[in-house]
Design a protein around this ligand. Structure first.
Ligand code: ZN
Length: 72
């Protein structure tokens, strides 16, 4: 840490957000990294968001294509 830095309340801003889907827990894990504006202090917080996994849209599109091609 820098010398002569006064003790301060860390003033953290969102430095990085990483999210990935945890298949075991069936939820989205969000790892937010906060960084202090005045020093190199960093802290992490993990959030678990219980969201349903995104449904693939490709199947519906394929079905539509078939419907149109059968008309001819
Ligand atoms: Zn700080």
């Amino acid at each position: 840490m820098a010398e002569g830095l006064r003790p301060h309340h860390h003033c953290c801003f969102i430095y990085d957000i990483k999210r990935h889907y945890n298949h075991k827990k069936h939820c989205v894990i969000k790892k937010v990294t906060y960084k202090c504006m005045m020093c190199d202090y960093m802290t992490h917080e993990i959030y678990e968001c219980y969201e349903p996994p995104p449904k693939p849209k490709t199947k519906a599109l394929e079905r539509n294509k078939r419907k149109y091609s059968n008309r001819d």
